[in-house]
Design a protein around this ligand. Sequence first.
Ligand code: IVH
Length: 371
Amino acid sequence: MPDDPERGRLAALRAEIDAHNRHYYVENDPLVSDAQYDRLMAELQALESAHPDWVTPDSPTQRVGAAPLARFRPVRHAVRMLSLGNAFEAQDVHSFDERLRGLLIRAGLLAEASGHAEVQGALFDEASRAVEYVAEYKFDGLAVNLRYEGGLLVQAATRGDGVNGEDITANIRTLRSVPLRLVGDAPAVLEARGEVLMAHADFERLNAAQAARGEKLFVNPRNAAAGSLRQLDSRVTAVRPLRFYAYGWGQIEDASGRDFVPRETHAAMLDWLAGFGFVASPGRGLCHGADELLRFYETVGARRAELPFDIDGVVYKVNSLRAQEVLGFVARAPRFAIAHKFPAQEETTRLLDIGVHVGRTGAITPVARLQ
Ligand code: IVH
């Protein structure tokens, strides 16, 4: 009954809540207060309880967590989840870029600085004959694969060993930055890949709440994110403030004959993913050649402490997907990308005292007082 006013209200509420989720988590620009948001959710919940047959899996009420699992089911990834080689020093980045230049020149995808090779545009910077890269943050969280079929989130899995992961769909559904239904016209199968993490401010709030309840404190945001994703009871995950940042993709299939996947560049693919409602690798930039990569590394490194979440380095990826394909893989890592790690954020300090914290349940936690 499309003109039933209650049905209309249901659709309007869902659209409004989804829009608020997007504003809050994707655009970082909330439009309403938490109280207003909660009121909309309560109204939607009431409508759905009155009409249980109107509940659909993509309703915002369906994020709240399901009955606990006995274990995580294994998932075989449709496309293997790779890891990255590491660069630690500037010289490693120069070697990486040199190696890629050599391979791309030989493949006819890049002109030699002095050469007259006929090459396709877009793959390199005309003036400098440099390889074009997308430089991104290396998010310090946990890699996950989100699978959408017909635009609906059907499965979320951890990376595992890259071939097999674990099914954490119930947990991932509770993340408000993860669309339950893709925005707009989606391919039949779309897998978005990225990192789940906890922002600093959310981590501080969570630890304050843990302390107030006399519960164990988390060591750092990565630990808190890992612990939250590993919950067999998704109702626990639901109250942990996790975010998802997309930086890649797995399987993409569409038999409709439409050719709407921007298969030219990595940057265009990230923009395309953003159009479906993901936060796609914030803070990224385009760089040409090793010197620009190193400038990106320095700039990001200098601002690292001001970022709202932890990163442990930056990642450089060849922008042209054709070039990525030609470069291929070695072992478990692509030849077209590399992680440039920041030095570990560790400091030496003096242990002044060790106290004890007695929790609500009587659990005793040693607390170090550091200079
Ligand atoms: S791309 C084909 N991009 O780093 C390359 N990974 O050592 C696949 N990571 O398991 C990874 N930020 O958890 C990529 N912007 C980023 C990343 C990123 C963090 C993590 C990811 C992966 C590990 C690779």
